[in-house]
Design a protein around this ligand. Structure first.
Ligand SMILES: *[C@@H]1O[C@H](CO)[C@@H](O)[C@H](O)[C@H]1NC(C)=O
Ligand SMILES: *[C@@H]1O[C@H](CO)[C@@H](O)[C@H](O)[C@H]1NC(C)=O
Ligand SMILES: *[C@@H]1O[C@H](CO)[C@@H](O)[C@H](O)[C@H]1NC(C)=O
Ligand SMILES: *[C@@H]1O[C@H](CO)[C@@H](O)[C@H](O)[C@H]1NC(C)=O
Length: 350
């Protein structure tokens, strides 16, 4: 590496390491010719998974993401994101260096709108069928395969793409809902990770060789698990199972990466990032980070619920930016921003 190049790399490193600069627009001019994680400059992002990544695929009347007060921070009204504002996909798109790709549901808008890729993620889904069932991740990849068959994307497009795959645990909540408990989870975790690994391999086989896959976040710390302790304590049993999932995922990814020369899968350590934010340096900036901003007035209601007379059956905190969690499962925009800044620092070291 010549000295000038080295200087530029260091310059970029410091610039990109500052939490605020990362998310500002100013860093764009200084992006290196190749990406700092992938050895090319990505032009498209293809997204698969669930509500942590969905930016509007679920239709309007069905999902809470289209109800008040979702979207109050960004874009200012409900618009299909499961948060008060931006979600994981939006931050990862910035990291990759493209605009957040449009939801698959809007693919008919025309080719121009597909130039940053497509988001196939659909809230509530898993690698297997869940309570929402369709489109599971297999079906999402089928949609992608069809678009490639239809020559919406060229092999060259795919070569310069990155895939984002989110698995936030709907397979497990479905298992608990159907079975009444988490008993027998261990073999099921193996099945989930095996299926996920097959999916990753299939996406790579379609031409997107470089993937970012999320590890599982601490499910036992989601408000849906901590409300029994008034949002004071994470459920350790659930977090142990999450750690097992993440261990298997890590092993599967090492194996996949070892099998191929020209491809790369990077794991997003959501577990570590959530925990780091919860602990905070010298106390979390989120007060009690386990307490969500938007809560149903009783367990019969959730964020966004209204009764027959149109009356709100939930309460919203005054400052969503001061809460880590938005509802019982999903982080706020500020929560995602904090998670992303931890992830970003780690990704820099790959
Ligand atoms: C995904 O959904 C399709 C269509 O319902 C179904 O045939 C398939 O078995 C599902 N895949 C998995 C892995 O559950
Ligand atoms: C319920 O648990 C058993 C094992 O304990 C497992 O074989 C079965 O698939 C589970 N059912 C569902 C719906 O996940
Ligand atoms: C923790 O989660 C497990 C598995 O879902 C559940 O059986 C247990 O009751 C939970 N513990 C507490 C203290 O809520
Ligand atoms: C990587 O693959 C080689 C053979 O291609 C094998 O000998 C080695 O054990 C593998 N390493 C891991 C960590 O799987």
């Amino acid at each position: 590496m010549d000295p000038k190049h080295l200087f530029l790399s260091l310059f970029n490193f410091f610039l990109l390491s500052g939490q605020q600069t990362v998310l500002g627009s100013s860093h764009r001019h200084h992006l290196p010719r190749t990406h700092h994680v992938f050895d090319f400059k990505p032009t498209k992002l293809f997204v698969f998974g669930d509500s942590y990544a969905d930016t509007g695929n679920i239709g309007k009347p069905v999902a809470s993401s289209w109800k008040q007060p979702y979207g109050i921070t960004f874009p200012g009204k409900p618009a299909g994101r499961f948060s008060d504002g931006r979600v994981l996909t939006d931050y990862l798109a910035r990291f990759v260096g493209v605009k957040s790709p449009i939801p698959y549901r809007w693919r008919k808008l025309g080719i121009k709108h597909l130039r940053y890729g497509i988001n196939f993620a659909y809230g509530g889904t898993g690698v297997f069928d869940t309570l929402i069932a369709e489109p599971n991740m297999t079906t999402q990849i089928n949609f992608f395969q069809q678009l490639i068959k239809d020559q919406v994307y060229t092999p060259q497009d795919l070569q310069f793409s990155v895939g984002l795959v989110s698995v936030a645990g709907n397979d497990y909540s479905t298992y608990i809902a159907r079975n009444g408990s988490a008993e027998g989870w261990q073999p099921f975790i193996t099945q989930v990770v095996n299926q996920l690994a097959l999916n990753l391999k299939r996406i790579q086989g379609l031409g997107v060789k470089n993937l970012i896959v999320s590890g599982l976040q601490p499910l036992g710390c989601l408000p849906q698990s901590t409300f029994t302790s008034s949002f004071q304590q994470c459920n350790g049993t659930q977090n142990e199972l999450v750690n097992f999932h993440n261990l298997l995922l890590q092993q599967a990814v090492v194996k996949l990466n070892n099998e191929t020369k020209d491809s790369k899968i990077v794991i997003l350590d959501l577990y570590g990032a959530f925990m780091t934010v919860f602990k905070g340096k010298g106390g979390s900036k989120f007060g009690n980070p386990l307490k969500p901003c938007c809560i149903g007035i009783s367990t019969a209601y959730s964020c966004g619920s209204i009764d027959g007379k149109g009356e709100k059956k939930y309460s919203v905190c005054e400052k969503p930016e001061s809460s880590f969690f938005w509802d019982t499962v999903h982080p706020t925009q500020e929560g995602w921003r904090a998670v992303y800044s931890v992830l970003h620092a780690n990704l820099e070291q790959i």
